[in-house]
Design a protein around this ligand. Sequence first.
Ligand code: BJW
Length: 245
Amino acid sequence: MIGDLIRRAADALRSARRITVLTGAGISAESGVPTFRGAEGLWRSFRAEDLATPEAFARDPKLVWEWYDWRRGLIAKVRPNAGHVGLARWEARFPDFVLITQNVDGLHPLAGSKAVLELHGDIWKTRCPAEGTVRENKDVPLPEIPPRCPACGGLVRPHIVWFGEALDPAVIQAAYAASRASDVMVVVGTSAIVYPAAALPLAAAEGGATIIEINPDPTPLSEQAHITLRGKAGEILPLIDQALD
Ligand code: BJW
């Protein structure tokens, strides 16, 4: 049964001209990065309102940065898994391929993906709200919490899109354009409830794309998916890759 679905997914990919992939926290789960929702998700132990909103940062920047410092320490220890590596291979294999991720962990680039649309930012960058300057910062742990801008001395924030904040217009526009134009969209490891990311597969479906979902659990997208592969990204993506050869 799963073999038939893998073959159908591989056939769809082989005959597609434009392929778009949208990933979420689930693709990094097998690397050891916690997801947000679900039994062991971050939102079980932490309140998003206290940590992932601009209001939370204005109220208590130290608390917010301590949480990010902890997550950065955790992510620094892990490696990309077979799912990330499989998608990096697809970028090299398919001439018209776009990878969109909601993840901020940087594991796609680390696996070798070169062009990644990072919808929600990058945990390895800081932004100075006063100057708008974005800087790479890979210090683990951070030597000073909260960290300060080396130029103006003001507080910097994580370069991450929090709830209630707009996504970078250039990034979300590119993501919509790729989604609408795609013949196949593969949606991997996302609960598909956070907007506007969750609207991308819907835009792809409206544009006539075949939607393939890879997730061990059902999501609000599952009913609209044409091919549903119930399983872990690190197992399913290599199987599709083998079926493509
Ligand atoms: C596996 C697996 C394995 C497990 N293999 N799979 C429309 C309707 C309702 C609400 C809204 C709406 N439009 C906007 C909103 C508000 C809000 C929103 O969507 N809220 C919903 C929760 C209802 N959206 C926003 O606020 C966005 N901003 C916005 O819309 O601004 C408008 C605006 C315009 C102009 C001016 C100003 C404002 C911003 C959203 C930012 C989201 N940020 C976060 C937190 C960042 C913090 C951080 O990382 O440090 O990003 S939320 C969190 O959720 C994180 C993720 O990227 C995002 C998505 O989560 P994801 O990736 O789907 O993970 P999980 O945990 O939910 O799911 C994991 C999945 O993996 C599960 O399905 C598992 O089964 C699966 N899985 N193991 C494969 N091995």
